[in-house]
Every structure is written in structure tokens, then in C-alpha cells.
Ligand binder design. Structure first.
Ligand SMILES: Cc1cc2nc3c(=O)[nH]c(=O)nc-3n(C[C@H](O)[C@H](O)[C@H](O)COP(=O)(O)OP(=O)(O)OC[C@H]3O[C@@H](n4cnc5c(N)ncnc54)[C@H](O)[C@@H]3O)c2cc1C
Length: 559
């Protein structure tokens, strides 16, 4: 008898599983069940279709039912929800029928988490942004001329993408975020860079606010109760505060899962239940750095996991080893990306680490329209293995994060980075690519005793009124219009050697320039003249300025 494969869920992981299963087993009997009318569309493109950047709804439809039926000989059942699974008798149950299987591939994804908000159930002018149905709802009721103001609840990847696209079509947009930062996958400093961009483009951001109540009149949300006595007038709400894995069908059969209900699978995508594979937003996968189960609901993993599950359901042996939170988002003209573990994850995992932040040209300074890129790399304290990185800039962020992601997978050390043979030509990168520069700077710390100081550390030192001597080695013109750290004195790098006598040898000296390089040269000069307590501000005034915009200085009272 032919292999009977049933796949539940027809969006990303499901069709990926179906197509791979068919390619590997021409004779399998493959059925796919999808509870909605649509299959295999590009969820990730929905925010961009809201603004028309992706021209139409049709463009989101990657594969249609007919193609799955004809090209891949998949028996597709749309608008047919699987309501139960009889795991003893290996049968899938829907309102229409009962279907036996030999192997089951469970790719049911996740649903939008809707927090308990009083009166929300009475209103119709709000939507999640997860499905084509949501897209249609937002287009019909949110993106109409009569609506001026839209609130996006949640400043995660989807919320921010939606906000950008809504403002691009002329709406006024407020993001309300429960946490203290936007895009909390990133460390607060890089989140601050993102928030600066979003605010510069006119998006209002309200943080540290968990909405518990909305004011509804005639089925319409009119105001959002911000919980501090203030109310925000709004005309439509997009809900994007988080997701919950769709795993109830298997949890009630005893499938193993992590705390949020995401199923535990092995590298072959097998659940703890015999003959049942799972993949996509309903599973946890191994974090390849911490080796703990992690919830990484991203399109890359759903596609790869679906493919492995589909192959293995027909006798293959394909593995998805895991992931490590590589992610990227466009922020208007900027891009923010990350990979691996950030400071919060590293501290939680109890891993001792060092970090190197650089600001460098993404392309050479002599090439038209040069742009800076900021790269921060986290690496193991004693063996220097790269553990994570965050990248921000206008040009070339995607390739830098992917190089660093590859470096993590290959377990490279930060000291390996200068040896990478990366492509170079002026339109694409400087001769010393920013990734290499990060390696050189780290080598200076590891091998030559240089001590960078982060903006967070300087912020804390200043706010605690620590005694120190901050020297700005930029040219005086760069300090015009208040562009300097308040307590700093200016000794341009070129004048430093003649002014050494003015610098107290017994006090901590913090050096800084615009981006870090001149501060480093100054630190080398001072060190060779016997100064012992010297730090160079990583990323210089550029990073300081971006950081204090979101974290203004608050000084401790001097008693
Ligand atoms: C707006 C948006 C933007 C995104 N952008 C990115 C991005 O840029 N990069 C990235 O990596 N990831 C992105 N993602 C995440 C990515 O889309 C998901 O990781 C991926 O779609 C998950 O695929 P999945 O198949 O596991 O689940 P889903 O896409 O949730 O599909 C599951 C399907 O199963 C169906 N189903 C559920 N239960 C049943 C049942 N009992 N019977 C029948 N059918 C059922 C559902 O109707 C659904 O169609 C984005 C997600 C969204 C919502």
C-alpha cells in the first residue's frame, strides 16, 4: 500500500512538507488540510501589501491549490478544519470525514495572542495582521479615507513593519508597546536606534503601557485607555502583541511541549507522539548556542522544518539542527539585524562575554554617498568564540549579519574575522570590511590591552557623578551646535601630544571622537606616555548621541 501522509496546515511549513514529500515519493497518498480558503501565501509580505509596495493581494499568493494538485499531486482540502486526531487509530477527523494516515505532519502554525482588553469584544474596527483575512479586514476598514489614525499594539517585528507601511500611505500611527523598548529582540541600545528612526518618520511610540481597556461607541473603538489617566483617540487598531502556537490538538493527546505550548521535536522534526512530525510556528527548536529549546517563529525555520518533516514522513533522514535568532527588519531607509545571543540572553545563560562595537563605513569614504554601519559583536570571554551580533545602518546590513551568522554556525572566534576573504570593490564595501574591522578592534582589546567603554557604561558613570576626565579629540567644528558630551573638554587629536601636561595622570581618562578611530589613536598615544587608566568610547559621539536621545542623562544628586 502507498504511504498515507496527512499534512495539517497549508500556509508555509505545510506546503513545504507536501512538495518535498512528493518529490521524494511519487506514489505516496498525500492529503493536506487547511481550515481557511487560502493556501501557501506570503504572510511575510502582508505589511508591504498594505501600503501597495507589494502591488496587490494576488502577488501574495505564492502557490495555488491547482498547482499543488496538478504539479505535486496533493489532495488539498481547503475550508476543512481538522478538529481531532485519533492517535491510536491514526486517523484525522474533520467535520466532513475521517482520514487514516501512516504519518502525520502537523504544521498548524500559531495564532495572534489577544490580551484581555475590556470592551474589545464589542468592537469591529480592529484586526490582527497574520492572515489574508486580516489583510482584507485592514484594507476594508482601516485603510479607508475616513480613517486618519491607526494604533498598532505591539512593537515587535510585525507591529513595526505594519506601522511603517501605514505611515507610508499617509495614516497617523501610534505604536503602543508594553515593554520598555521597541523591537525587544535587540538590546536596548539598538532598539533605541530603531526608535529614533521611527520617531523621525512621524510614528508616535508609547512604551511601558499594557492596554487593559478601550472606549467603544457603536461597535467602534474610539479611544484607548492608556491606564495613566490619558486616552488616545484612534480609528482602527492592529493587534500584534505576540503569538500562541496552535497545538491544542496534540497537547491534549499528551505531546511534549515547552512553556508556551510549542511542541518539542527532535532534529528530524518528530514530536513525542509516534508517527507525528511537526514544523513551523507550532514547534520549538534547539538554540544552537544555548542548546536549550527555543521558540523561533520565523519563516526560515518553518520552511526548512517543513521540508525536513515532509521528507522524513516518506522515509527520509533530513535534519533541522536548530537556529539562533537571526532576524532582520527594514526601518524606512535603515536596516536593523541580529544573530545569536544578545546581552540579555548571554546573562540569562550565565555566559561570560565581551563585546566589540564599531562604527565604520559600509562603503569607502571616497565613494559617492558613503554610509556608516554600526556592528556590535558578542564573544566568549575566554576562548573568543562569536556568540552574537547586532547590526544597524543604511547599506549592507544584510550581508554583514549573514556573514556573522555564518561565523557563529562555524564557531569562528572573533579573532578569525580579520582573516576572512570577503568580496571588495568600492560600490560594495571598503577594503577592510566592517566585519573585519570588528575583528581588528577585538584583537586590540584581547592582545594589546585596549579598553573600550560602552555608551551604556559612560552613561552610568556620568549619572553617578564618577570622577573622570572626558577628552573629545575631534576638531572644534565638530562640537558646534551643542554636539558634545556635556562634561567633555576638547583637545583635538593633532594637538594631543603638546597638551599631555594638561591631562591628570591619576584620574580615569575617557577619550572619544566621532566614531571611535581617533579616540583609539589618542588612547595609544596616552598609553605610551604612561597614562594607565584610559578608555576609548566605543562608537564615539555618534553612538552616544543616538543613545541619549532615548536615554537622556539623569544625574544623581551630589550630597
Ligand atoms: C505579517 C507577518 C510578517 C512576517 N514576516 C516575516 C519575515 O519577514 N521573516 C520571517 O522569517 N518570518 C516572518 N514571519 C513569520 C512567518 O510568516 C511564519 O514563521 C510562518 O508563516 C510560519 O509558518 P507555519 O506554516 O508554521 O504557520 P502559519 O503560517 O501560521 O500557517 C499555519 C496554517 O495552518 C492552518 N491551520 C491551523 N490549524 C488548523 C487545523 N486544525 N486544521 C486545518 N488547518 C489548520 C492555519 O489556518 C494556517 O493557514 C511573518 C509573519 C507575519 C504574520
Amino acid at each position: 500500500m502507498n504511504n498515507r501522509i496527512i499534512i495539517i496546515g497549508g500556509l508555509s511549513a505545510g506546503p513545504s512538507a507536501a512538495a518535498k514529500a512528493r518529490r521524494e515519493d511519487e506514489f505516496a497518498d498525500i492529503k493536506l488540510f487547511e481550515k481557511t480558503a487560502d493556501i501557501s501565501y506570503a504572510t511575510c509580505g502582508i505589511p508591504y501589501a498594505l501600503s501597495g509596495h507589494i502591488a496587490s493581494r494576488e502577488k501574495l499568493l505564492v502557490t495555488d491549490v491547482e498547482m499543488l494538485r496538478k504539479r505535486f499531486k496533493i489532495d488539498v482540502h481547503t475550508i476543512e478544519e481538522v478538529t481531532d486526531i485519533d492517535i491510536d487509530n491514526k486517523t484525522v477527523i474533520t467535520p466532513i470525514g475521517e482520514y487514516p494516515y501512516d504519518k502525520l505532519v502537523f504544521t498548524t502554525g500559531a495564532k495572534t495572542f489577544v490580551p484581555p482588553i475590556t470592551n474589545l469584544e464589542k468592537a469591529t474596527n480592529w484586526s490582527a495582521c497574520r492572515s489574508l483575512g486580516d489583510f482584507d479586514h485592514i484594507m476594508k476598514d482601516g485603510l479607508v479615507d475616513s480613517v486618519n489614525h491607526i494604533t498598532v499594539m505591539g512593537a515587535g517585528l510585525i507591529g513595526v513593519e505594519v506601522a511603517e507601511n501605514l505611515i507610508n500611505v499617509g495614516k497617523k500611527v501610534t505604536i503602543i508597546e508594553g515593554g520598555a523598548t521597541v523591537l525587544p529582540m535587540w538590546q536596548p541600545k539598538f532598539s533605541a536606534f530603531a526608535q529614533n528612526v521611527l520617531e523621525d518618520k512621524g510614528i508616535e511610540i508609547i512604551k511601558n503601557t499594557f492596554v487593559k481597556n478601550v472606549i467603544v461607541e457603536g461597535e467602534k473603538i474610539k479611544q484607548i485607555d492608556l491606564g495613566n489617566g490619558k486616552f488616545l483617540d484612534t480609528e482602527f487598531v492592529v493587534m500584534s502583541v505576540g503569538i500562541k502556537p496552535n497545538t491544542e490538538l496534540l497537547l491534549k493527546k499528551g505531546a511534549a511541549a515547552i512553556g508556551n505550548g510549542a511542541l518539542i521535536v527532535n532534529q528530524n522534526m518528530e514530536t513525542s507522539l509516534p508517527g507525528i512530525y511537526a514544523a513551523g510556528d507550532n514547534v520549538s527548536i534547539e538554540n544552537l548556542i544555548t542548546h536549550q529549546a527555543d521558540y523561533l517563529p520565523l519563516g526560515t525555520h518553518s520552511n526548512k522544518g517543513g521540508r525536513a518533516a515532509g521528507f522524513n514522513s516518506v522515509g527520509g533522514n533530513e535534519k533541522l539542527f536548530g537556529g539562533y535568532k537571526t532576524a532582520i527588519i527594514q526601518l524606512f531607509d535603515y536596516t536593523l539585524a541580529r544573530t545569536g545571543l544578545g546581552p540579555r540572553d548571554l546573562e540569562k545563560a550565565g555566559i561570560n562575554y565581551k563585546k566589540t562595537l564599531i562604527v565604520a563605513g559600509s562603503t569607502p569614504s571616497y565613494y559617492p554617498n558613503p554610509q556608516d554601519i554600526t556592528v556590535e559583536v558578542f564573544y566568549e570571554d575566554s576562548d573568543f568564540t562569536i556568540l552574537g551580533a547586532e547590526v544597524f545602518g543604511q547599506v549592507g546590513v544584510d550581508k554583514r549579519v549573514d556573514v556573522l551568522s555564518t561565523a557563529i554556525y562555524a564557531k569562528l572566534k572573533i579573532t578569525d574575522l580579520p582573516q576572512l576573504d570577503l568580496a571588495y570593490a568600492p560600490p560594495y564595501s571598503p577594503a577592510k570590511d566592517p566585519v573585519l574591522v570588528a575583528g581588528y578592534v577585538a584583537e586590540n582589546v584581547i592582545n594589546r590591552g585596549c579598553s573600550p567603554l560602552s555608551v551604556e557604561e559612560l552613561h552610568q558613570l556620568i549619572s553617578e557623578n564618577e570622577e573622570m576626565y572626558i577628552i573629545d579629540v575631534r576638531n572644534p567644528s565638530e562640537r558646534a551646535n551643542g554636539q558634545f558630551i556635556e562634561s567633555s573638554i576638547n583637545i583635538p587629536l593633532e594637538d594631543l601630544r603638546e597638551n599631555l601636561h594638561k591631562i591628570p595622570i591619576d584620574k580615569p581618562v575617557i577619550l572619544h571622537c566621532a566614531r571611535g578611530m581617533r579616540g583609539y589613536i589618542a588612547a595609544k598615544i596616552l598609553a605610551q606616555h604612561g597614562f594607565k587608566n584610559i578608555n576609548n568610547l566605543a562608537g564615539g559621539f555618534k553612538i552616544w548621541k543616538e543613545y541619549v536621545r532615548q536615554y537622556p542623562m539623569v544625574f544623581s544628586e551630589v550630597l
